[in-house]
Design a protein around this ligand. Structure first.
Ligand code: DCT
Ligand code: MG
Length: 387
């Protein structure tokens, strides 16, 4: 590949990927009224992104509506509310009036109406109505089970089911393995994972990877690499410096975790990645790297400060969701960029690449349509991983 060729030839570090990212995440220049809402970009990747949120009341309302649109598979409206929430989250201050938001991007009539109500009354009638709506409540409950999406929730709801006990008692329902395990560990998996638990899992995955493949490297990604305090799972990228070595990496790590008695569930998907099929003409939600969706048994003794579980729970362990993805090392930078999140940031980074740079970005590559060639991945990231 170009990557190993340029390594061998000692070619200078490719910088185009970095420029794209730097351009994309650039804050407004000095003196351009950074606090002004007029300077806010329509691309999440060009906005300030912190974990602080000065407009939580409004964004919480937007997220309930977005979630309900997701349940109803109304993708356009769902995206509109997620985009609007993302814009408001990026503001350094609380919005006080609708007038202040007139120059903000991604706010339509509906989002503005909801926002106005929250500003005026402290809540939205539409959201309150939804929160007490039986269908919304039931979908929220059912989709909180690992392996249950809006389609299954809809089927159960239309079958007249409203609670877990009704689902479990219904003999006409066949739960797949994922859903069975989802119910079995429901209390643990529907709860959040703490930063300390994520750190402990990082050590566990690191040890399991290196026990079987000494040169293997593990990187924490997803919400915890964005400094989130809590997450619904813990995401890792694992690879080896040797191209091709990644093919056996996940099965070996899975075996090791099993040997240690930690593996409660494993859904492994081998790689379907084919470098000759790049660039992908259409963005696909899931990349082609080998990956596995796991549920691990995490011992409290391995977590600094203890497990994040209910007081009085004396089991000494909990179940946690862990995702591992294993790209070939020359794809590492793109995999890391794609898995770091947030979802909105990733979506807009791809949109920015296409609309503003004439480039196609996905978790495998950055392709320059103008030059009809792929842009080499960030060498610094690669080097950072293996020094
Ligand atoms: N991702 C994406 N598009 C999606 C889903 C995920 O680009 N539709 C990327 C961004 C985040 C990363 O994959 C991991 O996904 P999650 O674990 O779902 O997100 P997270 O940011 O880690 O959030 P959480 O804390 O809830 O796990
Ligand atoms: Mg995550």
């Amino acid at each position: 590949s170009w990557f190993t060729d340029s390594m061998r030839e000692g070619k200078p570090v490719a910088v185009e990927t970095r420029h794209l990212i730097q351009d994309a995440v650039a804050t407004p220049p000095e003196g351009s009224k950074p606090a002004s809402m007029a300077t806010v970009s329509q691309f999440a990747c060009q906005r300030r992104t912190t974990t602080e949120n000065s407009n939580k009341k409004i964004t919480d309302a937007f997220e309930v509506l977005a979630e309900n649109y997701e349940f109803n598979e109304m993708d356009g409206s769902c995206l509109a509310f997620r985009r609007a929430a993302s814009v408001l989250k990026s503001l350094p201050m609380a919005v006080r009036s609708l007038r202040e938001t007139q120059d903000l991007p991604c706010l339509g009539e509906h989002t503005k109406a909801v926002m106005e109500e929250v500003l005026r009354c402290g809540r939205s009638f539409e959201v309150e109505k939804l929160l007490s709506d039986e269908r919304y409540q039931t979908f929220k409950l059912f989709t909180s089970v690992f392996g249950v999406g809006p389609k299954t929730a809809d089927k159960w709801y239309r079958g007249g089911l409203r609670s877990f006990s009704e689902v479990l008692a219904d003999r006409s329902i066949h739960l797949n393995q994922m859903q069975q395990i989802g119910f079995l560990h429901y209390g643990d998996i529907s709860g959040v994972v703490s930063k300390a638990e994520a750190r402990s899992l990082r050590n566990i995955i690191d040890e399991a990877a290196r026990a079987t493949t000494p040169a293997a490297k593990v990187a924490l990604t997803g919400g915890f690499c964005r400094e989130k305090e809590f997450g619904h799972d813990v995401d890792f990228i694992v690879t080896t410096p040797e191209l091709g070595g990644e093919e056996t990496l996940l099965p070996k790590i899975i075996d090791e975790l099993k040997k240690q008695g930690m593996l409660l569930y494993c859904d492994y998907h081998p790689s379907t990645f084919d470098i000759n099929k790049l660039p992908s003409p259409k963005f696909e939600a899931m990349d082609h790297y080998a990956k596995c969706f796991l549920i691990l048994r995490l011992e409290g003794s391995r977590v600094e400060g203890g497990l994040h579980i209910a007081e009085g729970d004396n089991r000494g362990w909990r179940a946690v969701r862990v995702d591992l993805v294993s790209p070939p090392v020359d794809r590492y930078a793109f995999a890391l960029l794609g898995w770091s999140g947030s979802r909105q940031f990733e979506r807009d980074l791809r949109r920015f690449a296409r609309a503003k740079r004439g480039m196609l970005l996905d978790n495998h590559a950055l392709y320059d349509k103008n030059k009809a060639s792929s842009v080499p991945p960030l060498m610094e990231l690669y080097l950072g991983l293996f020094v």
